[in-house]
Design a protein around this ligand. Structure first.
Ligand SMILES: CCCCCCCC/C=C\CCCCCCCC(=O)SCCNC(=O)CCNC(=O)[C@H](O)C(C)(C)COP(=O)(O)OP(=O)(O)OC[C@H]1O[C@@H](n2cnc3c(N)ncnc32)[C@H](O)[C@@H]1OP(=O)(O)O
Length: 248
């Protein structure tokens, strides 16, 4: 666990430095300059809520899989041959910019009221409950997703737009791990069978190809035992500059 957090902090501090520099170049207003010059941007807020940790709304299957992948990420390999995939859990916050760049002051200016769409529903279990793990080589991600009652589309089943959202989130997170910042340029989805509301499903994301600014990722959603295919998707992410993101 400590190792995982260490890796994440390294990742986030790299992004913080990299993105902060770009953001400062983009937002060259005097107020911002003064704020940043007068006070160093803090590393990370002391205790932001990590939404990818278990909460009481997580059902038995969600917990079982969470424990399974967590145990895989705690395998001790020092001095040994690596055995199979090792997974690292990715923390998840409701203010992605704030925690990605560690910029409390910057994020206040840019997105004072903004919250990450999928982490926006306060009542635990009502919306998107999910946790993403990724492999060491970042070729694969797996997401355990439990769909809450506010995501209803067809009676008793998950809304297609909510499914698209979680696919965009998982593949987008995967692409961001490889080359942030990125935006979704294209998302193709085939809905093969409905996802029952309240159920837990597995979302597997695989890097297909990276070509210049383009990252191609494919993704499938299955039942947790893999016997039922719910959804298949392919996505294209394009690397952009921070100024592209901020200007819209
Ligand atoms: C501050 C960041 C911090 C990150 C921290 C991460 C931590 C994780 C935290 C939280 C995870 C949450 C994860 C959520 C993820 C959600 C992601 C979204 O939903 S993004 C919103 C929806 N997407 C848009 O709004 C895009 C809008 N579109 C655009 O901005 C442009 O169209 C863009 C950038 C996609 C392309 O712009 P152009 O066409 O000017 O760029 P050109 O450089 O010409 O294209 C590059 C290549 O891509 C191809 N391309 C572009 N669009 C394509 C398309 N639709 N289909 C196929 N190819 C396309 C082009 O043909 C070109 O290919 P050739 O290099 O010539 O081979």
């Amino acid at each position: 666990m400590a190792q995982s957090l260490g890796r994440l902090f390294t990742l986030l501090s790299f992004r913080k430095t990299h993105l902060s520099r770009q953001c400062v170049q983009v937002l060259s207003g005097t107020t911002l300059k003064r704020t940043l010059m007068m006070r160093a941007v803090p590393i990370l807020s002391p205790k932001p809520r990590d939404f990818s940790l278990p909460n009481p709304s997580w059902g038995e299957e969600m917990m079982r899989l969470y424990n399974y992948y967590s145990s895989q990420s705690e395998v001790e390999t020092e001095g040994e041959e690596e055995q199979g995939s090792q997974w690292t859990r990715l923390p998840s916050y409701n203010r992605s910019l704030k925690y990605a760049i560690g910029g409390v002051y910057l994020s206040k200016i840019i997105q004072s009221k903004a919250r990450l769409f999928t982490r926006n529903i306060k009542h635990p279990g009502a919306g998107f409950e999910y946790v993403v793990f990724f492999t060491k080589d970042k070729q694969r991600c797996v997401c355990i997703f439990q769909a809450g009652h506010l995501l209803e589309g067809p009676p008793g089943h998950v809304h297609g737009g909510a499914i698209a959202t979680i696919i965009d989130t998982v593949t987008g997170t995967h692409a961001s791990l490889l080359c942030a910042p990125v935006v979704t340029a294209n998302l193709n989805i085939n809905y093969r069978s409905p996802i029952p509301l309240g159920s837990t499903v597995l979302i597997e994301s695989t890097l297909d190809e990276q070509e210049g600014k383009k990252t191609f990722i494919s993704c499938k959603i299955t039942s947790t035992d893999g016997s039922k295919l719910h959804t298949e998707a392919t996505a294209l992410f394009v690397s952009v500059s921070v100024s592209h993101l901020l200007r819209g």
